[in-house]
Design a binder for this molecule. Structure first.
Ligand SMILES: Cc1cc2nc3c(=O)[nH]c(=O)nc-3n(C[C@H](O)[C@H](O)[C@H](O)COP(=O)(O)OP(=O)(O)OC[C@H]3O[C@@H](n4cnc5c(N)ncnc54)[C@H](O)[C@@H]3O)c2cc1C
Length: 332
Protein backbone atom coordinates (compact mmCIF):
# COMPACT_ATOMS: atom_id res chain seq x y z
CA UNK A 1 0.00 0.00 0.00
CA UNK A 2 1.42 3.32 -1.05
CA UNK A 3 1.17 6.71 0.62
CA UNK A 4 1.11 9.06 -2.33
CA UNK A 5 2.05 12.70 -1.80
CA UNK A 6 1.27 15.44 -4.28
CA UNK A 7 4.05 17.91 -3.53
CA UNK A 8 4.05 21.36 -5.08
CA UNK A 9 4.44 25.08 -4.59
CA UNK A 10 0.92 26.39 -4.24
CA UNK A 11 1.06 28.72 -7.25
CA UNK A 12 1.99 26.05 -9.82
CA UNK A 13 -1.45 26.24 -11.48
CA UNK A 14 -2.35 23.77 -14.24
CA UNK A 15 0.81 21.63 -14.03
CA UNK A 16 -0.05 20.95 -10.37
CA UNK A 17 -3.61 19.94 -11.33
CA UNK A 18 -2.16 17.58 -13.96
CA UNK A 19 0.26 16.04 -11.45
CA UNK A 20 -2.61 15.60 -8.99
CA UNK A 21 -4.72 13.79 -11.60
CA UNK A 22 -1.73 11.53 -12.32
CA UNK A 23 -1.17 10.90 -8.59
CA UNK A 24 -4.74 9.92 -7.64
CA UNK A 25 -4.76 6.47 -9.34
CA UNK A 26 -1.45 5.54 -7.63
CA UNK A 27 -3.14 5.08 -4.26
CA UNK A 28 -4.88 1.98 -5.62
CA UNK A 29 -5.35 -1.09 -3.40
CA UNK A 30 -6.11 0.86 -0.24
CA UNK A 31 -3.30 3.42 -0.30
CA UNK A 32 -3.69 7.01 0.78
CA UNK A 33 -3.31 10.37 -0.92
CA UNK A 34 -1.78 13.33 0.92
CA UNK A 35 -1.30 16.84 -0.45
CA UNK A 36 1.78 18.86 0.56
CA UNK A 37 1.84 22.55 -0.38
CA UNK A 38 4.29 25.37 0.24
CA UNK A 39 4.13 29.08 -0.49
CA UNK A 40 3.11 32.40 0.97
CA UNK A 41 -0.55 31.38 1.16
CA UNK A 42 -1.54 27.82 0.21
CA UNK A 43 -5.22 27.96 1.21
CA UNK A 44 -6.70 29.06 -2.17
CA UNK A 45 -5.08 26.13 -4.01
CA UNK A 46 -5.92 23.69 -1.18
CA UNK A 47 -9.57 24.77 -1.46
CA UNK A 48 -9.50 24.37 -5.24
CA UNK A 49 -8.55 20.69 -4.87
CA UNK A 50 -10.47 20.05 -1.64
CA UNK A 51 -12.50 17.25 -3.22
CA UNK A 52 -9.53 15.22 -4.50
CA UNK A 53 -9.80 12.52 -1.84
CA UNK A 54 -6.65 13.47 0.10
CA UNK A 55 -6.67 12.40 3.74
CA UNK A 56 -4.46 15.34 4.73
CA UNK A 57 -3.45 18.73 3.38
CA UNK A 58 -0.02 19.55 4.80
CA UNK A 59 1.13 23.14 4.49
CA UNK A 60 4.36 25.09 4.80
CA UNK A 61 3.51 28.78 4.67
CA UNK A 62 5.26 32.06 5.23
CA UNK A 63 6.75 35.01 3.41
CA UNK A 64 10.12 33.23 3.00
CA UNK A 65 8.43 30.62 0.75
CA UNK A 66 7.11 33.17 -1.75
CA UNK A 67 10.31 33.30 -3.79
CA UNK A 68 11.57 30.36 -5.81
CA UNK A 69 14.90 29.70 -4.08
CA UNK A 70 16.69 26.39 -3.62
CA UNK A 71 17.41 26.64 0.11
CA UNK A 72 13.89 27.50 1.29
CA UNK A 73 12.04 25.42 -1.33
CA UNK A 74 14.11 22.30 -0.63
CA UNK A 75 13.71 22.71 3.13
CA UNK A 76 9.94 23.08 2.78
CA UNK A 77 9.65 20.09 0.44
CA UNK A 78 11.81 17.91 2.67
CA UNK A 79 9.69 18.75 5.72
CA UNK A 80 6.49 17.95 3.84
CA UNK A 81 7.78 14.60 2.55
CA UNK A 82 8.96 13.58 6.02
CA UNK A 83 5.70 14.69 7.69
CA UNK A 84 3.63 12.75 5.17
CA UNK A 85 5.79 9.59 5.34
CA UNK A 86 5.10 9.27 1.64
CA UNK A 87 6.33 6.29 -0.35
CA UNK A 88 5.56 7.94 -3.69
CA UNK A 89 5.98 11.69 -4.21
CA UNK A 90 4.45 13.17 -7.35
CA UNK A 91 5.53 16.69 -8.33
CA UNK A 92 4.67 18.89 -11.32
CA UNK A 93 7.79 19.45 -13.44
CA UNK A 94 7.76 23.23 -13.13
CA UNK A 95 11.17 24.87 -13.17
CA UNK A 96 10.76 25.48 -9.43
CA UNK A 97 10.11 21.79 -8.61
CA UNK A 98 12.61 20.45 -11.14
CA UNK A 99 15.32 22.43 -9.41
CA UNK A 100 14.80 20.77 -6.03
CA UNK A 101 13.40 17.33 -6.74
CA UNK A 102 16.69 15.42 -6.95
CA UNK A 103 18.17 17.15 -3.90
CA UNK A 104 15.07 16.53 -1.80
CA UNK A 105 14.95 12.87 -2.93
CA UNK A 106 18.55 12.51 -1.77
CA UNK A 107 17.83 14.11 1.61
CA UNK A 108 14.91 11.71 2.10
CA UNK A 109 16.86 8.61 1.03
CA UNK A 110 14.75 8.24 -2.11
CA UNK A 111 15.22 8.30 -5.87
CA UNK A 112 13.83 10.74 -8.42
CA UNK A 113 12.67 10.25 -12.00
CA UNK A 114 12.16 13.40 -14.04
CA UNK A 115 10.51 14.06 -17.42
CA UNK A 116 7.85 11.46 -16.76
CA UNK A 117 5.12 11.62 -19.39
CA UNK A 118 2.70 8.98 -18.14
CA UNK A 119 1.98 6.40 -15.47
CA UNK A 120 0.14 3.10 -15.71
CA UNK A 121 0.07 -0.11 -13.66
CA UNK A 122 2.85 1.02 -11.35
CA UNK A 123 5.13 1.99 -14.25
CA UNK A 124 6.25 5.38 -15.41
CA UNK A 125 6.70 6.30 -19.07
CA UNK A 126 9.68 8.31 -20.30
CA UNK A 127 10.94 9.22 -23.74
CA UNK A 128 14.57 8.93 -24.80
CA UNK A 129 16.82 10.03 -27.63
CA UNK A 130 14.70 13.18 -28.11
CA UNK A 131 11.35 11.38 -28.20
CA UNK A 132 12.42 8.66 -30.61
CA UNK A 133 12.16 5.84 -28.05
CA UNK A 134 9.65 5.27 -25.24
CA UNK A 135 10.36 3.23 -22.13
CA UNK A 136 8.31 2.04 -19.19
CA UNK A 137 10.06 1.73 -15.84
CA UNK A 138 9.33 0.90 -12.25
CA UNK A 139 11.25 1.22 -8.97
CA UNK A 140 11.24 -0.66 -5.70
CA UNK A 141 13.15 2.13 -3.88
CA UNK A 142 10.99 4.32 -1.65
CA UNK A 143 10.31 7.19 -1.42
CA UNK A 144 10.03 7.39 -5.18
CA UNK A 145 9.89 10.96 -6.55
CA UNK A 146 8.15 11.35 -9.90
CA UNK A 147 8.19 14.67 -11.79
CA UNK A 148 5.35 14.80 -14.32
CA UNK A 149 6.05 16.90 -17.41
CA UNK A 150 3.36 19.54 -17.97
CA UNK A 151 0.91 18.93 -20.78
CA UNK A 152 0.96 15.13 -20.57
CA UNK A 153 -2.04 14.52 -18.36
CA UNK A 154 -5.58 15.88 -18.24
CA UNK A 155 -5.77 18.24 -15.23
CA UNK A 156 -7.75 17.37 -12.10
CA UNK A 157 -11.15 19.05 -12.24
CA UNK A 158 -13.05 17.98 -9.10
CA UNK A 159 -15.24 20.16 -6.95
CA UNK A 160 -13.72 22.92 -4.87
CA UNK A 161 -14.44 23.19 -1.15
CA UNK A 162 -12.76 24.16 2.09
CA UNK A 163 -9.65 22.15 2.87
CA UNK A 164 -8.45 21.85 6.47
CA UNK A 165 -4.70 22.34 6.26
CA UNK A 166 -2.20 21.06 8.83
CA UNK A 167 0.83 23.33 9.30
CA UNK A 168 4.26 21.72 9.05
CA UNK A 169 7.23 23.51 10.58
CA UNK A 170 10.54 23.87 8.78
CA UNK A 171 13.99 24.53 10.16
CA UNK A 172 15.33 26.93 7.57
CA UNK A 173 19.04 27.17 6.88
CA UNK A 174 20.59 30.65 6.74
CA UNK A 175 19.12 32.30 3.67
CA UNK A 176 21.72 34.09 1.58
CA UNK A 177 19.91 34.28 -1.77
CA UNK A 178 17.37 36.92 -2.72
CA UNK A 179 15.59 36.91 -6.07
CA UNK A 180 15.74 40.48 -7.31
CA UNK A 181 14.20 40.13 -10.76
CA UNK A 182 13.91 38.09 -13.91
CA UNK A 183 16.03 38.48 -17.03
CA UNK A 184 14.50 36.94 -20.13
CA UNK A 185 15.64 37.01 -23.76
CA UNK A 186 14.29 40.03 -25.53
CA UNK A 187 11.22 39.36 -27.55
CA UNK A 188 8.97 42.19 -28.65
CA UNK A 189 5.86 40.04 -28.36
CA UNK A 190 4.81 37.14 -26.17
CA UNK A 191 4.32 34.41 -28.77
CA UNK A 192 4.88 31.19 -26.81
CA UNK A 193 1.58 30.03 -25.37
CA UNK A 194 1.87 26.50 -23.92
CA UNK A 195 -1.88 26.21 -23.34
CA UNK A 196 -2.90 27.16 -26.89
CA UNK A 197 -4.96 24.67 -28.88
CA UNK A 198 -2.78 25.21 -31.94
CA UNK A 199 0.96 25.37 -32.55
CA UNK A 200 1.76 27.47 -35.60
CA UNK A 201 5.26 26.78 -36.89
CA UNK A 202 7.10 29.11 -39.24
CA UNK A 203 10.06 27.86 -41.23
CA UNK A 204 12.86 29.54 -43.12
CA UNK A 205 10.79 29.51 -46.32
CA UNK A 206 9.02 32.68 -45.11
CA UNK A 207 12.27 34.60 -45.62
CA UNK A 208 13.36 32.96 -48.89
CA UNK A 209 13.00 34.31 -52.40
CA UNK A 210 9.52 33.61 -53.67
CA UNK A 211 8.42 32.77 -57.24
CA UNK A 212 8.62 36.50 -58.17
CA UNK A 213 12.34 36.43 -57.34
CA UNK A 214 11.94 38.60 -54.21
CA UNK A 215 11.83 37.89 -50.48
CA UNK A 216 8.77 39.26 -48.67
CA UNK A 217 9.79 39.30 -45.02
CA UNK A 218 7.62 42.26 -43.85
CA UNK A 219 4.54 40.63 -45.39
CA UNK A 220 5.49 37.30 -43.81
CA UNK A 221 5.70 39.00 -40.40
CA UNK A 222 2.32 40.63 -40.94
CA UNK A 223 0.63 37.39 -42.02
CA UNK A 224 2.09 35.39 -39.13
CA UNK A 225 1.27 37.98 -36.46
CA UNK A 226 -2.19 38.54 -37.95
CA UNK A 227 -2.91 34.82 -37.65
CA UNK A 228 -1.47 34.59 -34.11
CA UNK A 229 -3.43 37.59 -32.90
CA UNK A 230 -6.67 36.25 -34.35
CA UNK A 231 -6.30 32.68 -33.09
CA UNK A 232 -4.08 33.03 -30.00
CA UNK A 233 -2.05 30.13 -31.37
CA UNK A 234 1.45 29.50 -30.03
CA UNK A 235 4.38 30.28 -32.32
CA UNK A 236 7.05 27.70 -33.06
CA UNK A 237 9.95 27.91 -35.45
CA UNK A 238 12.42 25.75 -37.31
CA UNK A 239 16.07 26.02 -36.37
CA UNK A 240 16.98 27.50 -39.72
CA UNK A 241 14.66 30.46 -39.25
CA UNK A 242 15.85 31.38 -35.75
CA UNK A 243 19.48 30.89 -36.78
CA UNK A 244 19.13 33.42 -39.60
CA UNK A 245 19.32 36.35 -37.19
CA UNK A 246 22.77 35.16 -36.10
CA UNK A 247 23.82 35.13 -39.74
CA UNK A 248 22.80 38.76 -40.25
CA UNK A 249 19.87 38.04 -42.59
CA UNK A 250 16.46 39.69 -42.49
CA UNK A 251 14.37 37.89 -39.92
CA UNK A 252 11.03 38.04 -38.21
CA UNK A 253 11.44 40.48 -35.29
CA UNK A 254 9.24 38.54 -32.84
CA UNK A 255 11.12 35.25 -33.27
CA UNK A 256 13.79 34.06 -30.82
CA UNK A 257 15.60 30.79 -30.15
CA UNK A 258 12.98 30.09 -27.49
CA UNK A 259 10.51 29.44 -30.32
CA UNK A 260 12.61 26.67 -31.84
CA UNK A 261 10.92 23.28 -31.98
CA UNK A 262 12.88 20.08 -32.49
CA UNK A 263 15.82 17.95 -31.51
CA UNK A 264 17.82 20.88 -30.17
CA UNK A 265 14.73 22.94 -29.39
CA UNK A 266 11.52 22.30 -27.50
CA UNK A 267 8.93 19.51 -27.62
CA UNK A 268 5.70 21.46 -27.16
CA UNK A 269 2.34 19.84 -26.45
CA UNK A 270 -0.73 21.07 -28.31
CA UNK A 271 -3.80 19.29 -29.72
CA UNK A 272 -3.04 20.57 -33.24
CA UNK A 273 -0.10 21.88 -35.22
CA UNK A 274 0.24 23.75 -38.52
CA UNK A 275 3.67 23.97 -40.13
CA UNK A 276 4.27 26.62 -42.77
CA UNK A 277 7.29 27.11 -45.04
CA UNK A 278 9.19 24.50 -43.05
CA UNK A 279 10.63 21.42 -44.69
CA UNK A 280 9.78 18.93 -41.93
CA UNK A 281 13.20 17.34 -41.62
CA UNK A 282 13.63 14.71 -38.93
CA UNK A 283 15.54 16.93 -36.43
CA UNK A 284 12.65 19.38 -36.59
CA UNK A 285 9.72 16.95 -36.86
CA UNK A 286 10.91 14.92 -33.83
CA UNK A 287 9.85 17.94 -31.74
CA UNK A 288 6.29 17.34 -32.91
CA UNK A 289 6.06 14.06 -30.97
CA UNK A 290 3.32 15.36 -28.67
CA UNK A 291 1.32 17.34 -31.23
CA UNK A 292 -2.03 15.61 -31.74
CA UNK A 293 -2.99 16.44 -35.33
CA UNK A 294 -0.30 17.69 -37.72
CA UNK A 295 -0.81 19.70 -40.87
CA UNK A 296 1.71 21.43 -43.09
CA UNK A 297 1.76 23.88 -45.99
CA UNK A 298 4.69 23.55 -48.34
CA UNK A 299 5.31 24.30 -52.03
CA UNK A 300 7.26 21.06 -52.28
CA UNK A 301 5.18 17.88 -52.61
CA UNK A 302 8.31 15.95 -51.74
CA UNK A 303 9.09 17.69 -48.46
CA UNK A 304 9.61 15.80 -45.20
CA UNK A 305 5.99 16.30 -44.10
CA UNK A 306 4.85 14.27 -47.13
CA UNK A 307 6.84 11.30 -45.87
CA UNK A 308 4.63 10.24 -43.01
CA UNK A 309 5.37 13.22 -40.75
CA UNK A 310 2.07 15.08 -41.24
CA UNK A 311 -1.56 13.94 -41.29
CA UNK A 312 -2.41 16.47 -43.99
CA UNK A 313 -0.02 18.29 -46.35
CA UNK A 314 -1.32 21.22 -48.39
CA UNK A 315 0.96 21.58 -51.39
CA UNK A 316 0.46 25.31 -51.76
CA UNK A 317 1.98 28.75 -51.33
CA UNK A 318 1.80 29.58 -47.62
CA UNK A 319 1.62 33.31 -48.38
CA UNK A 320 -1.54 32.77 -50.42
CA UNK A 321 -3.07 30.32 -47.97
CA UNK A 322 -2.43 32.43 -44.87
CA UNK A 323 -3.60 35.60 -46.63
CA UNK A 324 -6.91 33.87 -47.33
CA UNK A 325 -7.14 32.29 -43.86
CA UNK A 326 -6.52 35.67 -42.20
CA UNK A 327 -9.17 37.23 -44.42
CA UNK A 328 -11.67 34.58 -43.29
CA UNK A 329 -10.65 35.13 -39.66
CA UNK A 330 -11.07 38.89 -40.07
CA UNK A 331 -7.48 39.26 -38.88
CA UNK A 332 -5.59 42.52 -39.08
C1 LIG B 1 22.19 17.97 -34.82
C2 LIG B 1 21.09 18.76 -35.48
C3 LIG B 1 20.06 19.26 -34.69
C4 LIG B 1 19.05 19.99 -35.28
N1 LIG B 1 18.02 20.45 -34.48
C5 LIG B 1 16.98 21.08 -35.05
C6 LIG B 1 15.88 21.53 -34.27
O1 LIG B 1 15.84 21.40 -33.04
N2 LIG B 1 14.85 22.15 -34.90
C7 LIG B 1 14.85 22.37 -36.25
O2 LIG B 1 13.89 22.95 -36.76
N3 LIG B 1 15.88 21.97 -36.99
C8 LIG B 1 16.95 21.34 -36.44
N4 LIG B 1 18.00 20.97 -37.23
C9 LIG B 1 18.03 21.46 -38.64
C10 LIG B 1 17.14 20.69 -39.56
O3 LIG B 1 17.81 19.53 -40.02
C11 LIG B 1 16.77 21.56 -40.77
O4 LIG B 1 17.93 22.10 -41.32
C12 LIG B 1 15.82 22.72 -40.42
O5 LIG B 1 14.73 22.28 -39.67
C13 LIG B 1 15.35 23.33 -41.74
O6 LIG B 1 14.54 24.43 -41.47
P1 LIG B 1 13.40 24.87 -42.48
O7 LIG B 1 12.58 23.69 -42.86
O8 LIG B 1 12.68 26.04 -41.90
O9 LIG B 1 14.21 25.47 -43.72
P2 LIG B 1 14.48 24.91 -45.17
O10 LIG B 1 15.07 23.55 -45.13
O11 LIG B 1 15.21 25.99 -45.88
O12 LIG B 1 13.03 24.75 -45.80
C14 LIG B 1 12.22 25.81 -46.18
C15 LIG B 1 10.96 25.23 -46.76
O13 LIG B 1 10.06 26.29 -47.06
C16 LIG B 1 9.33 25.91 -48.21
N5 LIG B 1 8.78 27.12 -48.79
C17 LIG B 1 9.44 28.21 -49.29
N6 LIG B 1 8.55 29.14 -49.68
C18 LIG B 1 7.33 28.64 -49.43
C19 LIG B 1 6.01 29.14 -49.64
N7 LIG B 1 5.76 30.33 -50.19
N8 LIG B 1 4.98 28.36 -49.28
C20 LIG B 1 5.18 27.12 -48.71
N9 LIG B 1 6.41 26.61 -48.51
C21 LIG B 1 7.46 27.35 -48.87
C22 LIG B 1 10.36 25.20 -49.08
O14 LIG B 1 9.72 24.35 -50.00
C23 LIG B 1 11.17 24.43 -48.04
O15 LIG B 1 10.66 23.12 -47.87
C24 LIG B 1 19.04 20.23 -36.67
C25 LIG B 1 20.07 19.72 -37.45
C26 LIG B 1 21.09 19.00 -36.87
C27 LIG B 1 22.19 18.48 -37.74
Amino acid sequence: METVLLLTHADAGKPALEALAAAIPLKRDGGTLVVGLFGADVQPFANEIAGCGATKFLAVTGAEFTQARYASDAAAAEALVKASQATIVVVPATSRMNRIVSGVAHRCGGRADTHVTGMANGNITRWYYRQRMESQQSRTQRPWFIAIDPGCHAPYSGAAGTAATTPVSVSLPTITTQVTGVKAPESSQQTIRPDAKLLFVAGAGWTKKQPDGQAHVPEAAELIMGFLNATKASLGSSKSLVDLSGEGQAVLPFMSHLNQVGQTGSTPRHPKGLSTCCHGEEPHAVGWRFIGERRAINLDANCGWARGKADVLYVADAFEVMRKVNQLLGAR
